[in-house]
Design a protein around this ligand. Structure first.
Ligand code: AMP
Ligand code: MG
Length: 339
């Protein structure tokens, strides 16, 4: 990675490309706002999970149209772009490679810097930008992540994370067992609203980490034994979210930070926000939730973080721009933030 800090000019225009899993997204940003955000989401058949090869085929087919629309909506011509950013990882190899190939091609052809972005950092930065949270404890809850972290000594430091499934996977895998197509979180939230009957599910917090595999097994068993579906959805949310609230509360108490930022697809869930509001209020911290439109995977998270990285002088040579299927949040350099 090369780094020469760019002046803080206000007229930067950048394109960001997201392709870690279901979503192929593209977005154009300038130094202050998101000018466009276009996506096309791969939908697996009902009852199935994401098939990496099928998802990457979807991305290959949709890439050109999504990028074209993102540029048109932003009223920006390709030659006006100062950089192209892409999600370098973590994610599914075949999906990541589609975004990387497209970004490398644009970077080489237009002779503009190629900026690699960590997808998890992207979720955090778009949340921070849109909510105004400056120095938060962050709860990142999505299909790929369940992490509680805060920025300290140049890196996002992980206070706790899942030991197995992410909270998004818990909801999606349970939903698929019931015959829905992934992602299922929003549907489970709807069903949960019709119940207030809490069924016992394993509550598993180990230190600051959480584990959801036992809860998934128990919920599937309940489903097959004929327990009311709405009751199981309600219980999954109440128990699964209570575990997150517990670790979030300890992280706030330990760091004494005054902001709690919730990002990632599961941040769309209103019950989760309600539960987190209680603990943040108790500790005198503000709750900042990423707006629904930008909670799930999107090009804007990559474009915006790309802009921060571009300004900090980060760029990668095309020949070295491999994708990283595993790339932990606490291994990412974040030169634009100071702790
Ligand atoms: P991401 O990986 O950031 O795109 O987030 C996708 C995840 O968010 C999937 O696991 C979805 O099921 C989950 N999700 C989306 N909307 C909701 C919701 N309203 N409640 C709970 N989970 C949700
Ligand atoms: Mg994500």
């Amino acid at each position: 990675m090369e780094r020469t800090v760019k002046p803080n000019t206000s007229n930067i225009l950048g394109l960001g490309i997201e392709s870690t899993a279901h979503t192929f997204g593209a977005s154009v940003v300038n130094s202050t706002k998101i000018l466009s955000d276009v996506k096309d989401v791969y939908k697996p058949p009902e009852g199935s999970g994401i098939h990496p090869r099928e998802a990457s085929r979807h991305h290959t087919e949709k890439a050109a149209e999504v990028i074209k629309q993102a540029l048109e909506k932003a009223a920006v011509k390709p030659k006006e772009l100062n950089f192209v950013a892409y999600s370098m990882g973590p994610g599914l190899g075949p999906c990541l490679r589609v975004g990387a190939v497209v970004a490398r091609t644009l970077s080489s052809y237009m002779k503009i810097p190629l900026i690699p972005v960590n997808h998890a950092v992207g979720h955090i930065e778009i949340g921070a930008m849109l909510t105004g949270a400056l120095d938060p404890v962050v709860l990142l809850v999505s299909g790929g992540h369940t992490v509680i972290c805060a920025f300290e000594a140049d890196r996002w430091r992980i206070f706790g994370e899942t030991l197995d499934l992410s909270i998004g996977q818990l909801l999606d895998q349970f939903g698929r067992e019931a015959g829905f197509a992934s992602p299922c979180g929003a549907r489970i939230e709807q069903h949960a609203l019709s119940s207030s009957n809490l069924l016992p599910l394993p509550y598993s917090v180990k230190g600051q980490d959480v584990s959801y595999s036992g809860m998934l097994t128990a919920a599937k068993k309940m489903l097959h034994s004929g327990k009311p579906f709405d009751d199981i959805c309600y219980s999954l949310q109440e128990t699964g979210f209570a575990m997150l609230v517990e670790v979030a509360e300890r992280a706030i108490a330990f760091t004494e930070k005054k902001q709690l930022l919730v990002v990632g697809g599961v941040a769309a869930n209103r019950r989760l926000s309600e539960m987190l509001k209680e603990v943040s209020t108790r500790h005198g911290a503000g709750l900042y939730v990423v707006p629904l439109t930008y909670s799930g995977d999107c090009g804007a998270q990559i474009a915006w973080t790309g802009l921060l990285a571009y300004r900090a002088g980060e760029e990668i040579q095309v020949e070295r721009s491999v994708v990283r299927q595993s790339w932990r949040l606490d291994q990412v350099d974040v030169p634009w933030r100071s702790s």
